[in-house]
Design a binder for this molecule. Structure first.
Ligand code: NAP
Ligand code: ZN
Ligand code: ZN
Length: 348
């Protein structure tokens, strides 16, 4: 075990403060990563503030992690000391069940081990990337393309893959009309990736302030839900709607945006249950679906795809001393479009 510097939350109302976490001694297949950048996902706040139930405290969040390999176990073959690497939302899974074997570790039938607040196979509780170092089995460590600056790689590891995966799964591409709801960390990546895949993307946001950006990201249309005509104008339009909103929304409005056989894929994770109006689904043989991050092979594919197509997130760099302020700004929608923490000050 080694004790490393980390930013820690000690209760649902406590601020993030500097502390430590324990990292295991690297095993034969483990990679030790000196963390350089850590993205701020809305999930970090949901989890720390107990939106989905009380997590065990103290808790260190962060699952958009990039850095450099500082040590490898003797059986590691995929990464070498000095490599630029990334870690996203998972650090382990059973690797044996049918979904793991198929490459969908995020849907491991025995439960994936998330990067933070999960019980790992050795019984320890995982702690995330707002930290100086992390120890991860090589299978869950991604290769980072040289052409994307490191701070911009971080948001790809959750926001990027969480939108790439459903866009690919539900066939976003030429001739398909796709709506991305919520132009935040996930949503702005959804617009960029959907456009790159060749789909006709409409960005749907609460107000009009993100219009110019969304069109720059590749949306062909931008609509605000504050405009009372939006839902009527867009009714029966989309093959696919990807919802990234972190709060509850009125499904009776959004489901009618789907055309015949269209699919609404929910990736936003607000607290509480949302009623699904079944008659609105039946009215157009519409489907309601969901999606969770992406498997390791697919995450690597997404990183390589983004490198090849020049797709990078819009980031605002913050220092660790600004994490609490960044969280408050994120909750107010005051971020364009992903905060990334410069973790270099924690390096020994
Ligand atoms: P974010 O940057 O805060 O973006 C969420 C966006 O939702 C906001 O930018 C805003 O977009 C919109 N929004 C917020 N409050 C709203 C409200 N009351 N009504 C309507 N729209 C609202 O958050 P994020 O990091 O992208 O994460 C989004 C959600 O996805 C979170 O719940 C997170 O936990 C979840 N998530 C899920 C997965 C998964 O695997 N399924 C992975 C990562 C994250 P506009 O300003 O454009 O309206
Ligand atoms: Zn996330
Ligand atoms: Zn499994």
């Amino acid at each position: 075990m080694s004790t490393v510097a980390a930013y820690v939350v000690r209760s649902r109302t406590a601020p993030v403060t500097l502390g430590t976490v324990e990292r295991r001694e690297p095993g034969p297949k483990d990679v030790v990563i000196a963390i350089a950048w850590s993205g701020i996902c809305h999930t970090d706040i949901h989890m720390s503030r107990a939106d989905w139930g009380e997590p065990p405290y103290p808790l260190t969040v962060g699952h958009e992690i990039v850095g450099t390999v500082s040590e490898v176990g003797p059986e590691v073959t995929r990464h070498r000391v000095g490599d630029r690497v990334g870690v996203g939302c998972m650090v382990n899974s059973c690797r044996e069940c049918v979904t793991c074997v198929a490459g969908f570790e995020q849907y491991c039938q025995r439960g994936p081990v998330n990067t933070y607040n999960s019980v790992d196979r050795d019984g320890s509780v995982t702690q995330g990337g707002y930290s100086s170092h992390i120890v991860v089995d090589e299978h869950f460590v991604l290769r980072v393309p040289d052409t994307i600056p490191l701070p911009q790689v971080a948001p790809l590891l959750c926001a990027g893959i969480t939108t790439y995966s459903p866009l690919r799964r539900w066939g976003a591409g030429p001739g398909k009309k796709v709506a991305v709801v919520g132009v935040g960390g996930l949503g702005h990546m959804g617009v960029k990736i959907g456009h790159a895949l060749g789909a006709e993307v409409t960005a749907i946001s609460q107000g009009t302030s993100k219009r110019d950006d969304a069109l720059k990201f590749g949306a062909v249309e931008f609509r605000a839900t504050s405009d009372p005509t939006t839902f009527d104008d867009l009714e029966n339009t989309f093959d696919l709607v990807v919802n990234t909103v972190s709060a509850q929304i009125d499904m009776s409005q959004y489901l009618r945006l789907l055309s015949l056989d269209g699919t609404f894929v929910n990736v936003g994770a607000p607290p509480g249950a949302i009623p699904i109006p079944l008659f609105t689904l039946m009215a157009g043989r519409r489907s309601f679906a969901s999606s969770s991050v992406g498997g390791i092979a697919e995450t690597q594919e997404m990183l390589d795809y983004c490198a090849e197509h020049g797709i990078t997130p819009e980031v605002e760099i913050v220092q660790p001393s600004e994490i609490n302020e960044a969280w408050e700004r994120l909750l107010k929608g005051d971020v364009r479009y992903r905060f990334v923490i410069d973790m270099s000050s924690l390096a020994p």
